[in-house]
Design a protein around this ligand. Structure first.
Ligand code: TA6
Length: 306
């Protein structure tokens, strides 16, 4: 896209969707268009690249979402932090042979469909991704994704998948949320005590020990859980509740030392300050949709004092 067409495109987006004092669309990092939201209750930033929420901060709280200082911001590259959308597969898919990792949805520009202010003052940003030549090169199916982000006292994300083709579709999905924590070594996660999990680090399936999740090494687990989880951050004196609907997998990840050093878009010393708690449907929890079928998965993040 030339500079002129980019400027015209931005001017058109601003004319259609800006709400003075509350919503402003600007070119941000990597000259990518970004929806900046500011309400009486919270602020947020949402890139149209991957429909990617990179910032959410309730008034009176510190930022909830972690962003790596080394993240890329470029077409066809994932943003490291915030809430990447993994679709139509997670990792390299159930057969471990799919590329790009975590699918294509986070790599492509989404369409800004609407921006609305609700009676409670929250702002709802709706973005869509329809099947195209860009998606069919990876996945030969007709679909439409929509991502509805509600910015208020909580952050609610609603990922809807519509099977627009004539065949049954199976897909994986994840809202791969990166949270800020004061120190992962002093952070626990409750709500997964009753769930078994697959560990990518140790390999194999394990039962939870009935205690909150704690962290003392690289942790990369897919829990069979539809339950609400709570991130208990002792150092920041904060608890973050992750409530979800129509999600049967919860992924918990911290890269720890070696994996952090191996990621070029992640700082070597950033691992203590983050944890991923991901709202997902992956592996045996993949979603199956008949022609015309729809599926909506939601995650609601609420930060509060311990
Ligand atoms: O969600 C955990 C995970 O699957 C890890 O295995 C790690 O690969 C992480 O996602 C990040 O993946 P990415 O492709 O964004 O580097």
């Amino acid at each position: 896209m030339t500079d002129n067409s980019a400027a015209a495109s931005l001017a058109s987006l601003k004319q259609q969707f800006d709400i003075p004092g509350k919503v402003a669309i600007k070119t941000a990092k990597g000259n990518l268009p970004c929806v900046h939201v500011k309400t009486a209750d919270a602020s947020a930033a949402i890139y149209l690249h991957g429909a990617h929420v990179t910032h959410y901060q309730p008034v009176g709280s510190s930022p909830v979402l972690f962003m790596s200082d080394k993240s890329d911001f470029a077409p066809n590259k994932p943003i490291r932090g915030g809430v990447p959308i993994c679709f139509p597969w997670f990792g390299q898919g159930p057969d471990d042979a799919q590329n790009p990792p975590h699918g294509f949805a986070r790599l492509l520009p989404w369409t800004l469909a609407s921006v609305d202010e609700q009676p409670d003052g929250s702002i709802v940003v709706l973005m869509t991704l329809a099947a195209s030549d860009a998606t069919r090169q990876y996945w030969p199916h007709d679909f439409e994704l929509s991502h509805r982000v509600t910015v208020g006292k909580s952050l609610t994300m609603s990922l809807e998948m519509w099977n627009k083709g004539n065949d049954d579709l199976a897909f994986e999905e994840a809202l791969h949320t990166y949270f800020v924590v004061g120190d992962i070594r002093k952070t626990t996660i409750t709500g997964l005590e009753k769930s078994s999990y697959l560990s990518k680090v140790e390999g194999g399936r394990y039962n939870s020990d009935g205690k909150p999740v704690t962290f003392d090494k690289q942790t990369d687990r897919v829990y069979d859980s539809a339950d609400t989880t709570v991130i208990d951050d002792v150092k920041l004196g904060r608890k973050i509740c992750v409530h979800k609907t129509q999600s049967r997998s919860t992924v918990v990840w911290n890269p720890w030392v070696e994996k952090a050093q191996a990621m070029p878009d992640f700082g070597d010393n950033e691992w203590p300050g983050m944890v991923c708690v991901e709202t997902a449907n992956v592996k045996s929890d993949s979603v199956h949709l008949p022609p015309g079928g729809r599926h909506v998965m939601t995650a609601t993040l609420t930060a509060g004092l311990r």
